[in-house]
Design a protein around this ligand. Structure first.
Ligand SMILES: Nc1ncnc2c1ncn2[C@@H]1O[C@H](COP(=O)(O)OP(=O)(O)OP(=O)(O)O)[C@@H](O)[C@H]1O
Ligand SMILES: Nc1ccn([C@H]2C[C@H](O)[C@@H](COP(=O)(O)O)O2)c(=O)n1
Length: 239
């Protein structure tokens, strides 16, 4: 028997490297739902800013870039795509230059306003088409979908997160050390948690899930349990 289908919105928030993307994509795929990676959208704006030669700290010019670009974020969990003006940028947005500059860009209120509106439109279309969507980011439960049917805030020790991210970087040909990655993870956590607009924090009604000692299968099982407890899983007759 399959796992059935998701009805409604699951919001997954948390710091970098806690496993949001991996868990969200798997949960969506296993429940026939859509998947939205909102971090990819902030990364895409950052890439456009860097390509335009704009200083990521110059909020006015960053906003101009964000207003003029054509960003399309897909919602297929099997193949999450990000395009800028029709060109796939899925690999470029994961590079170290973007990772370094994404925090100041994502702290610009006008950028957040534009992207949150686009995210809500994608979510509404997904609910219409598929009935359910798993959305991951930093402010999904607090700002983007405050009435999400299930909100989960993922956490994990900074050291474990840095080890995971270093393994991932090295496997994809980017040489990095755990110490350097730990410093980057901590820098981004501090920036994302302390910004004035939509800081990273758990929603009051979020369930916290510590993934430090769980493997990905364990995280997925815990999420499926929560979906089930909330009655968000619909099993087709005879399925
Ligand atoms: N529970 C886990 N056990 C082991 N490895 C994990 C676990 N969760 C995630 N990973 C690995 O850690 C790396 C980072 O995971 P992922 O990209 O899903 O995190 P994230 O929270 O989305 O990070 P970011 O916010 O920076 O995009 C990936 O290589 C992933 O395979
Ligand atoms: N909803 C979101 C999603 C992401 N961001 C910012 C903060 C992150 O440092 C950056 C990149 O996200 P990642 O790909 O690492 O998940 O984007 C945000 O502010 N709000």
């Amino acid at each position: 028997m399959g796992l059935g289908e998701l009805r409604g919105v699951v919001a997954l928030d948390g710091p970098s490297g806690t496993g949001k993307s991996s868990a969200a994509r798997r949960l969506a795929a296993s429940l026939g739902a859509r998947y939205l990676d909102t971090g990819a959208m902030y990364r895409a704006v950052t890439l456009a800013v860097l390509r335009a030669g704009v200083d990521p700290a110059d909020a006015e010019r960053v906003t101009e870039v964000a207003r003029t670009l054509r960003l399309v974020q897909g919602s297929d969990p099997q193949r999450s795509t990000t395009t800028l003006d029709g060109t796939d940028v899925g690999t470029d947005i994961r590079g170290p230059e973007v990772t370094l500059a994404v925090s100041p860009v994502s702290a610009v209120p006008q950028v957040r306003e534009l992207l949150v509106a686009q995210q809500r439109a994608i979510i509404a279309a997904a609910l219409e088409d598929a009935g359910g969507i798993v959305v991951e980011g930093r402010d999904i439960g607090t700002v983007v979908v405050p009435d999400a049917e299930l909100k989960v805030y993922l956490t994990a020790d900074a050291q474990a997160r840095a080890q995971r991210r270093t393994r991932q970087d090295n496997a994809s040909g980017r040489t990095s050390t755990v110490d350097a990655t730990l410093a980057d993870v901590q820098r981004r956590d501090a920036y994302d948690s302390s910004r004035a607009v939509s800081p990273l924090r758990p929603a009051e009604d979020a369930v916290e899930l510590d993934t430090t000692s769980l493997d990905l299968a364990g995280v997925l099982a815990a999420l499926v349990d929560l979906v089930e407890q909330r009655g968000l899983r619909v099993v087709a007759v005879g399925g």
